[in-house]
Design a protein around this ligand. Structure first.
Ligand SMILES: Cc1cc2nc3c(=O)[nH]c(=O)nc-3n(C[C@H](O)[C@H](O)[C@H](O)COP(=O)(O)O)c2cc1C
Ligand SMILES: CC(C)CC(=O)C(=O)O
Length: 361
C-alpha cells in the first residue's frame, strides 16, 4: 500500500477523535500544512555519470551505528491506534533497521518496548524521548528507566514549555487518554500521579543549565529535539548535546514558526559538523528524505505516516511505511547519481521557482 492508501485506511479504522488527534495541529494548522508544502518547493538537481551502483544508505547516528536514514519520531498513545500499540511499532522498526524513538507519552512501558524490538533484531536501537520535568527527581527517574530498559540514546524535547493548542482536540473534547489507557512510563515515579496526559510534564521553567545537568547524569548520548534557531543549535552543542533535531513538533506547538526543512540549512551551518543534525516534519516521500539529507541532515524523522501504518495494519503497516520510504529514497539517490548519503550535497537542492525562472543558483 502507498503511504496515501495507508492514511486513508487509518482514517477508516480510527475513532474520528483519535484520527483528528494525530492528523491535527495547533491553531489554524498553518505550520502543519507548511511543513509538507515546503518540500514541494524544492527540486533535486541530479549529477550524472558518477556510478550509482552498490548503494549504501546507512547513517551513523548517536547510539545507532549503520541505521536507516529514516527514524521513527516519537508519537504518543500507540495503543489507542492499534491493539498491539508500541510493541508493533518497535518490532517493525527493528525489522527495518530503523531507530525507534519511544516517548514518555507511550501507552507501553519503555522496558516492554525495548523487549519487543529485541524479539525481532538482536541489537535494535530504541531511543527514549522525555521532557525536562519541573521536579528533577522525576526527570532522573525517567532517565534511569530508559537506561535500564536498554535504550541507546535519549531525546529531550524542548519545544513544549506549554501544551500546544490542538484545535481539533479542543473541538472534540479529546483532552486526555480514555479509561483503560495510561502513559505507562509515568507510573510509580517519585511524587508523580500515575499516567494521565496532564501528568506528562511540560515545565515552563527549564533552561540550558537543566539540559546540561541531564546530559551529565547519563553516559547515553542525549539529543535535543525541537530546535529551529541556529543560536539554539549552537547552545545545544555547547551544553553537551549529541545531536540536534530540527523540528516544529509537526505543527502541533507554535502555529507561527517556519517550516522545519526551511530551518535546516542555518542549523546545519551553526552546528558545523560537530554533532549530527536530524530533521522531522512533513517528510512523506523518498525525495523529501533526499532533500533533507542534501541540506545536511544525517537522517529524518517521520511521525504521522508511521501512526497511519500502525492504525491501518499494525506491525505490517509500519514496516510498509518504513520500507516504502527506504526504497523510494534509495531510488532517488540512484537517480541523483549517488551511492552514499554524503553524495547528496547542498548544491543539488534548488527551489522550483528558480528553475522555472531559468535563474542562476
Ligand atoms: C500524534 C502525535 C503525537 C506526538 N507526540 C509527541 C511526543 O510525545 N513527544 C514529542 O517530542 N513529539 C511528539 N510528536 C511530534 C513528532 O515527534 C514529530 O516531531 C512530528 O510528528 C513530525 O512531523 P510529521 O508528523 O509531519 O512527520 C507527536 C506527533 C504526533 C502527530
Ligand atoms: C501527550 C503529548 C505530550 C504528546 C505530544 O507531544 C503531541 O500530541 O504533540
Amino acid at each position: 500500500m502507498t503511504l496515501r492508501a495507508l492514511h486513508d485506511a487509518a482514517r477508516e479504522a480510527l475513532d474520528p477523535a483519535h484520527y483528528d488527534y494525530v492528523a491535527g495541529g495547533a491553531g489554524e494548522e498553518r505550520v502543519l500544512a507548511g511543513n509538507e508544502r515546503a518540500f514541494d518547493r524544492y527540486a533535486l538537481l541530479p549529477r550524472v555519470l558518477r556510478g550509482a551502483e552498490d548503494r549504501d544508505t546507512a547513517a551513523d547516528l548517536p547510539g545507532a551505528r549503520r541505521a536507516a536514514p529514516v527514524v521513527v519520531a516519537p508519537t504518543a498513545f500507540h495503543r489507542l491506534m492499534h491493539p498491539d500499540g508500541e510493541r508493533a511499532t518497535a518490532r517493525a522498526a527493528a525489522a527495518e533497521g530503523a531507530v525507534l524513538i519511544t516517548g514518555t507519552a507511550a501507552t507501553t512501558a519503555v522496558a516492554d518496548v525495548v523487549a519487543a524490538a529485541r524479539e525481532t533484531a538482536p541489537d535494535p536501537a530504541v531511543w527514549f524521548q522525555l521532557y525536562l520535568h519541573p521536579r528533577p527527581a522525576v526527570t532522573e527517574a525517567l532517565v534511569r528507566r530508559a537506561e535500564k530498559a536498554g535504550c541507546t540514546a535519549l531525546v529531550v524535547t524542548v519545544d513544549s514549555p506549554v501544551f500546544g493548542r490542538h484545535t481539533r482536540d479542543l473541538r472534540n473534547g479529546f483532552t486526555d487518554l480514555p479509561p483503560g489507557y495510561a502513559a505507562e512510563n509515568m507510573r510509580d515515579l517519585p511524587g508523580a500521579p500515575p499516567g494521565a496526559l496532564t501528568d506528562i510534564p511540560m515545565s515552563a521553567s527549564p533552561t540550558w543549565r537543566d539540559f546540561g545537568e541531564l546530559a551529565r547524569m547519563t553516559s547515553l548520548p542525549v539529543l535535543v529535539k525541537g530546535v529551529l534557531h541556529p543560536a539554539d543549535a549552537r547552545l545545544a552543542v555547547e551544553h553537551g548535546a549529541a545531536g540536534v533535531v530540527v523540528s516544529n513538533h509537526g505543527g502541533r506547538q507554535s502555529d507561527a514558526v517556519p517550516a522545519a526543512v526551511d530551518c535546516l540549512p542555518a542549523v546545519v551551518r551553526a552546528v558545523a559538523g560537530r554533532v549530527p543534525v536530524l530533521l522531522d516534519g512533513g517528510v512523506r516521500r523518498g525525495s523529501d528524505v533526499a532533500v533533507a539529507l542534501a541540506l545536511g541532515a544525517a537522517a529524518v524523522g517521520v511521525g504521522r505516516p508511521v501512526v497511519w501504518g500502525l492504525a491501518a495494519e499494525g506491525e505490517a503497516g509500519v514496516r510498509s511505511v518504513l520500507a516504502t520510504l527506504r526504497d523510494e529514497y534509495d531510488h532517488t539517490l540512484a537517480l541523483c547519481g549517488g551511492r552514499r548519503n554524503a553524495d547528496l550535497t547542498e548544491d543539488m537542492v534548488v527551489t522550483r521557482d528558480v528553475v522555472t525562472r531559468g535563474g542562476t543558483w
